[in-house]
Design a protein around this ligand. Structure first.
Ligand SMILES: C[S@@+](CC[C@H](N)C(=O)[O-])C[C@H]1O[C@@H](n2cnc3c(N)ncnc32)[C@H](O)[C@@H]1O
Length: 389
């Protein structure tokens, strides 16, 4: 959600106005890590996000995975998956053709695994998510691949960069087998024949096949492109991250909506943490989205806290002696005049603060013309004045 991959040229042009190669480039709210993907070969990147899965994706762009190519992860996971599938109750398999009522009975049996006891080490997805975004069989595979990666890391056969690479491929396989609509806020219920037909397509999709395809193509790209320029991945609150950095150029793309990112991406956080989280309850029942109860609530998404959140951002940048590029999206959380006022008053005379938006010149740089982006994409820039200015 809100990936900046499509406007990297614009960010690159603006970045050149403040960046010198000696300073790190901090992606403070990295999300899916478009910045690491776009600029990781140019200079040192510090990629930060409160969500841990973001650091895993950043690692795949920034740290070399030299060993994982020696292993056939699917082959190794196959034995675990088959052993675990054999222990599940009968009646969980989705028929290719079924009546709506029969299909929903299978859905219900899959979801009921939430109340089952498991004695194998890796059953988190099978227990919590069967019959939601994925089928029990898909969840068994997700757990088995995670178990395989854990075993390889635990025995020292692969390094952390390899492990993160494998997890990134697993997040990809999860996304492409999920019956949801591009995120994990709500899974769909089969209410009509047409809805059932569409959900059914995803229920039949193969986690190992999609994992393997991504693994092979991504590893080729990865080994040809990734250079480690002493990059860092951090999973901290933005204020803590700012307090920990040397003078840098900070790129900030905070959330600009009331909806909390953590609600949309909790399943990615859970595959990365694999910590058997407590699941949120409401009125005595597990909530439909089966969210983690420790989900992060961002101050940028809370109307009464948003101004203070930006002031803390500006203060943190200033105290670290850094420059700032702040992506601005006009979604009604805060208007640009207010944001400019807060920026100017917090940065004060030591900084030059201005506003740039993507204009026609930027649109002609080989990007497909998308008119709406022209008005939407803008940046607030705060540059520390030099002693001579
Ligand atoms: C608009 S998205 C960033 C998208 C990213 N630029 C990309 O291209 O994929 C905002 C991100 O801010 C993160 N976030 C929210 N509150 C945060 C906080 N207090 N500290 C650090 N990160 C936070 C969210 O997890 C989310 O990934």
């Amino acid at each position: 959600m809100g990936s900046k991959a499509a406007i990297l040229d614009f960010i690159g042009i603006e970045l050149a106005k403040v960046h010198s190669s000696k300073r790190p480039f901090v992606d403070l709210f990295a999300g899916a890590c478009a910045i690491s993907g776009g600029f990781g070969h140019i200079g040192k990147i510090i990629s930060n996000d409160i969500q841990e899965y973001s650091a895993v994706i950043a690692s795949t762009y920034l740290k070399r995975a030299e060993k994982i190519g020696n292993f056939d992860i699917v082959e190794l996971a196959n034995e675990i998956a088959h052993k675990n599938l054999a222990t599940l109750p009968v009646g969980l398999t989705y028929p290719v053709a079924a009546t709506l009522a029969a299909f929903n009975k299978v859905e219900k049996r899959n979801r009921a695994l939430l109340h089952r006891e498991f004695d194998n080490s890796h059953h988190l997805f099978t227990r919590v998510y069967s019959g939601t975004w994925w089928s029990a069989e898909q969840c068994v595979w997700i757990d088995a691949i995670r178990e395989t990666l854990d075993a390889l890391l635990g025995s020292g056969k692969i390094e952390h960069a390899d492990f993160n690479f494998g997890l990134t491929c697993l997040m990809h396989a999860m996304a492409y087998t999920s019956q949801g609509t591009g995120h994990y806020a709500q899974y769909r219920d089969a209410k009509t024949e047409a809805g059932m037909a569409d959900i059914s397509k995803y229920r039949q999709a193969s986690v190992p096949a999609i994992f393997k395809r991504k693994f092979e193509s991504l590893l080729k790209w990865h080994l040809e492109n990734v250079i480690d320029l002493d990059h860092k991945m951090i999973a901290m609150d933005y204020r803590e991250c700012l307090a920990s950095i040397e003078p840098s150029v900070v790129y900030a793309d905070p959330p600009y909506a009331f909806v909390h990112y953590s609600r949309f991406y909790h399943a990615m956080e859970t595959i990365v943490k694999y910590d058997y989280p407590e699941i949120q309850h409401m009125r005595g029942a597990v909530v439909k989205g089966r969210y983690r109860s420790d989900r992060h609530q961002s101050p940028f998404c809370i109307r009464t806290q948003v101004n203070g959140a930006f002031v803390n951002l500006f203060k943190g940048v200033k105290e670290s002696g850094s420059d700032l590029l702040l992506s601005y999206s006009n979604t009604g959380m805060i208007d640009i005049e207010m944001l400019m006022r807060l920026a100017s008053s917090t940065f004060g005379k030591e900084y030059e603060v201005w506003f740039d938006h993507m204009d026609h010149t930027h649109m002609t740089m080989g990007r497909r013309a998308d008119h709406s982006r022209q008005v939407k994409e803008s940046l607030i820039i705060a540059r520390k004045r030099q002693a001579s200015e």
